[in-house]
Design a protein around this ligand. Structure first.
Ligand code: CU
Length: 174
């Protein structure tokens, strides 16, 4: 009787040991699978493969690339209420998508094709956009508004640089 009672427990223990034997680190949470080993970034609370930020202040048309599985640049930084036509170029062979729920944007982009989508910068903070097919894989971007007054939330993910000159990407010449 005692043996029959112990045997299942032993099997379970062995199973657990085998399962956790591969990790050489400390205690890790069971069952957490982080698929792609990219830099774990977050845009508007969503897991995102972040491929950079572009300052689009004053622009009416902005081109971004869609690839497997990210938008580049991933974050577009503008002014509150700024209207932009996003020209999304799918540089991969597979189908992607541009979706912004709050603005009823939902456009498929076939491989090596492009689409235009009119979007509006949020009043404050960051509004996320994503590929409907690969959102869970981090194909997420954001419309970021800078210069908004301190709203009290204080959850700005980017360091607040106060460069009002618009000198984005300018390196010293000479
Ligand atoms: Cu996609």
């Amino acid at each position: 009787m005692r043996i029959r009672a112990v045997a299942p427990f032993t099997a379970l223990a062995l199973s657990l040991a085998a399962c956790g034997g591969g990790s050489s680190g400390g205690p890790s949470s069971v069952g957490s699978s982080s698929g792609n080993g990219n830099t774990g970034n977050t845009i508007a609370g969503l897991h995102a493969n972040n491929h950079g930020t572009a300052d689009v202040t004053g622009k009416t048309t902005v081109e971004i690339k869609a690839n497997n599985y990210y938008f580049q640049p991933s974050i577009l930084k503008g002014t509150p209420g700024q209207q932009i036509t996003l020209h999304v170029v799918n540089v991969s062979g597979g189908e992607h998508n541009l979706s912004i729920d709050a603005q009823h944007v939902d456009k498929d982009i076939d491989g090596h094709q492009s689409v235009d989508a009119k979007v509006t910068m949020p009043a404050s903070g960051t509004l996320a956009f994503w590929c409907a097919y690969h959102k869970s894989q981090g194909m997420v971007g954001g419309l970021l508004v800078s210069g908004s007054a301190s709203g009290g939330s204080g959850s700005s993910p980017s360091p607040s640089d106060d460069s009002s000159g618009g000198g984005y990407g300018g390196y010293g010449n000479g």
